[in-house]
Design a protein around this ligand. Structure first.
Ligand SMILES: [Zn+2]
Length: 344
């Protein structure tokens, strides 16, 4: 009799295991017990990888306390604003300085590989402060160099979800339009660590990474240090000249991704001679302080090869009729390359 009960209990037990509520409960990776099981070396002697029992892993940085105590991470540490060096003027920066980008190749990783859709430089009425790289939404974005996360949040000035990393050599890298962040402010990351995922947030037309390199809030062309066609770093030690900086890059924290009114008159005089950087800054400051009227809000577009009115209308979310009315033309009027059309 006793054996019989045992048998019944066994059968019920066996059935119990097969019951969905017990057996089909799925555990997420995070819920599984995670105990460190091993430490692996990487190409960088200061970076180790710890593996855990739940098949996850984490970077582990050795002896970086000293790095974190250095002035670069102590001074001008601002985590809620894009700019951190408002007290630094361009004239405070040496004419030329040698910057060690990496000690070894393992200290660098391309932010993302993809087609460059827009280069650094003057764009319309503003300035494209970085380089745009097209990508599918969700593509991992990597830290180019090791560093501390200074900013990681949604930016309403046009960057969308933005990560700013400050590196031990004083450079900062910006990663804009992300769909998701993977780091928090004050985290310390290594080169190649995923800091977020590419997307289309903020002032952006289509998913891309907006990538900037700055020193003391001043931008210079990221292509001076990275070859974006191969993703390779160009220099181990880089000579940063004061002349590389864009003098207007500190005037606004906002991101100017859109093509807009031509502002070339800010940079040259009536005879077409290039103005000095002081004169340009003064012109730009004057323009920025002017109250914006509806006239200033007009957006102009310079016609490029292959354009037609419906293409331009689609680009700016307007209609051919509306563009014709703004410019006093007919939809049959031929447009020519270089012509300035008001689109808004
Ligand atoms: Zn951009």
């Amino acid at each position: 009799m006793r054996r019989c009960w045992l048998y019944i209990a066994f059968v019920i037990g066996a059935l119990g295991v097969a019951l969905p509520s017990v057996a089909q409960r799925k555990y997420t990776l995070e819920e599984l017990p995670a105990y460190p099981i091993d430490t692996l070396n990487t190409a960088n002697p200061r970076v180790k990888i710890i593996t855990f029992t739940n098949n996850t892993w984490e970077y582990y940085l050795t002896d970086y306390d000293e790095v974190l105590r250095s002035d670069v991470f102590q001074n001008n540490w601002v985590t809620n604003q894009v700019f951190a060096y408002r007290d630094v003027k361009i004239s405070d920066i040496p004419e030329s300085m040698e910057i060690e980008l990496v000690a070894s190749l393992a200290d660098y990783h391309a932010p993302v590989l993809g087609r460059v859709s827009s280069r650094y430089g003057p764009r319309g009425r503003g300035m494209h402060k970085g380089i745009d790289i097209g990508l599918p939404t969700g593509e991992p974005i990597y830290a180019t160099f090791e560093g501390k996360v200074r900013y990681a949040r949604y930016n309403s000035g046009g960057y969308g979800y933005l990560v700013i990393l400050r590196h031990p050599n004083g450079l900062e890298t910006y990663y804009g339009h992300l769909c998701k962040l993977n780091v928090d402010v004050n985290d310390y990351v290594v080169a190649g660590q995923v800091i977020g995922y590419g997307g289309n947030t903020g002032r952006s037309r289509g998913p891309h990474l907006h990538f900037e390199v700055r020193y003391a809030d001043l931008t210079f062309d990221p292509e001076r240090i990275i070859d974006f066609s191969t993703g390779e770093l160009k220099w181990q030690n880089f000579v940063l000249e004061r002349g590389y900086f864009n003098v207007s890059s500190k005037l606004t924290e906002a991101l100017e991704e859109d093509e807009a009114e031509d502002m070339s008159d800010m940079f040259v005089d009536k005879q077409g001679n290039t103005l000095s950087s002081e004169e340009i800054v003064s012109n730009l400051e004057k323009a920025a302080s002017k109250p914006r009227t509806t006239v200033n809000d007009a957006i102009y577009y310079k016609v490029k090869s292959g354009d037609n009115l419906s293409k331009i209308a689609a680009k700016y979310g307007t209609t051919v009729g509306a563009i014709c009315r703004l410019n006093g033309i007919k939809s049959s009027t031929p447009i020519r390359i270089g012509q300035r059309l008001r689109v808004k």
